[in-house]
Write a protein that binds this ligand. Structure first.
Ligand SMILES: Cc1cc2nc3c(=O)[nH]c(=O)nc-3n(C[C@H](O)[C@H](O)[C@H](O)COP(=O)(O)OP(=O)(O)OC[C@H]3O[C@@H](n4cnc5c(N)ncnc54)[C@H](O)[C@@H]3O)c2cc1C
Length: 396
């Protein structure tokens, strides 16, 4: 095992055993941290390969939009960890590409001008760019732009590649056991039973089962009032559904990830006076709560999204109006036609709306299910970004 470069308390030289449930990015980052601390790890996933939010996302390690204070600190720590882990595991596709948030209206430009004067703008790597500056940083943006916000701290990982790459790295050493096709069905102190009837016992069981509010964690989440829909004050966890698409390879390199001015409405970093002066979104975008985020994959395809739906039951189908809007926005910024859409999908994540008494963190949900069993979920739209730092906090 490579040297763990991050200074952390040496909680286990005794070679204990950690059971992790869930092969998404949260479970996998817990496996990384547990192995680095010398624990034997047994890692259960109910599918053959993770199929949840962690493989459906943009792969954005997104620092720029985080709320000032603890959320930004968590994201910055996670960004550092992504870089360190990826030095050992280049297969994550991590690259410190930065981001550009593009203004196409005067009102959006004013928000960006105020954002670069925020006290923590330097930590976010913010810089205001002119239209020429935008094209120097990302020559693929040939559309009409008024300016841009360069977020140098932002980065990209490859969601479809990162988890298998991290597991391959873990599997090169003894002490890591990956058990796909194993659904965890029952929990008790320091132990979990899978659907084959096998019990797995450890010093700690970490349950990272994503946006599932029934099943394994259902009784615990309901009993502790951790679900927003069931808590009297509306605090706790809710689920969010997003629509995404990916194009065929785009012939030009997109050197940064790209966001449109609508993203200024949705990320908590931009709580500046001018925000209120943004004109309303087009009706189709407002209905879908759409913002354009665009990331180029290693094969040249463009991942484009997203929308936000909070009302359950979620649609089982995807809506073309939202895709028309997102494709048009992307095309306007690129100034050239987009390649054809190759793939469409939807994904669901869970998020903490307001910190609830049931959780030990306000930024995600962590609670004790039973002695020696901890649930970690609900990181919301920042889960890919923050997962390494969240896992680190579990072991601290
Ligand atoms: C469309 C979309 C775009 C996003 N974009 C970004 C982004 O660019 N940047 C960012 O920071 N965040 C992003 N997010 C959020 C991020 O993807 C999630 O917060 C994160 O992936 C959650 O990880 P997880 O491991 O908790 O959940 P999941 O990825 O859902 O993993 C949970 C795993 O647990 C398994 N499981 C469930 N129950 C059991 C059981 N009983 N036994 C065994 N296994 C079980 C599931 O099969 C699944 O593989 C996005 C989310 C979506 C949906």
């Amino acid at each position: 095992m490579g040297e763990w470069r991050v200074s952390c308390p040496d909680v286990s030289k005794e070679q204990g055993r950690i059971i992790i449930i869930g092969g998404g990015v949260l479970g996998t980052m817990h496996a990384i941290h547990a192995r680095r601390r010398g624990y034997h790890v047994v890692h259960l996933e109910r599918e053959r390969e993770a199929r949840g939010a962690s493989v459906r996302n943009f792969g954005l390690v997104w620092v720029s939009g985080r709320a000032a204070g603890p959320e930004l600190a968590l994201a910055l720590r996670a960004r550092q960890l992504w870089e360190e882990i990826s030095a050992d595991v280049p297969g994550t596709g991590f690259r410190p590409a930065g981001s550009l948030t593009i203004a196409t209206t005067e009102a959006e430009l004013r928000v960006i001008q105020e954002a670069v004067r925020l006290p923590d703008a330097a930590e976010r790597g913010f810089e205001l760019l002119s239209p020429d500056g935008v094209r120097q940083v990302n020559p693929a943006l040939r559309g009409d732009v008024l300016g841009g916000l360069w977020g140098r701290a932002d980065a990209i990982a490859e969601p479809r590649l990162a988890l298998p790459a991290l597991r391959e790295y873990l599997s090169r050493q003894p002490g890591y056991q990956w058990l796909p096709d194993r659904e965890a069905v029952a929990l008790e102190s320091h132990a979990v039973r899978d659907h084959t009837g096998q019990w797995h016992r450890g010093d700690l069981v970490v349950v990272c089962t994503g946006a599932h509010f029934t099943g394994l964690l259902g009784p615990h989440l309901r009993a502790t009032g951790a679900l927003a829909a069931q808590s009297p004050d509306g605090t706790g966890l809710r689920r969010v559904r997003l629509q995404m698409l990916q194009t065929a390879p785009f012939g030009t390199a997109l050197t940064t990830s790209v966001a449109d001015g609508d993203s200024l409405r949705y990320y908590p970093a931009y709580q500046v006076p001018s925000l209120e002066l943004l004109t309303p979104q087009p009706a189709v975008a407002a209905a879908a709560r759409a913002q354009l985020l665009m990331v180029q994959r290693l094969d040249g395809g463009l991942t484009i999204g997203d929308t936000h739906c909070y009302d359950e039951p979620f649609p089982f189908d995807v809506d073309e109006d939202a895709y028309d809007h997102l494709r048009a926005r992307a095309q306007a910024l690129l100034g050239v036609p987009l390649p054809r859409t190759q793939r469409r999908w939807a994904g669901v994540y869970s998020e903490v709306i307001q910190p609830s008494p049931a959780s030990t963190s306000g930024l995600y949900h962590r609670s004790e299910v039973a002695p020696g069993v901890v649930a970690v979920t609900g990181p919301g739209g920042r889960g890919m970004t923050c997962s390494p730092a969240i896992a680190e906090e579990t072991f601290q």
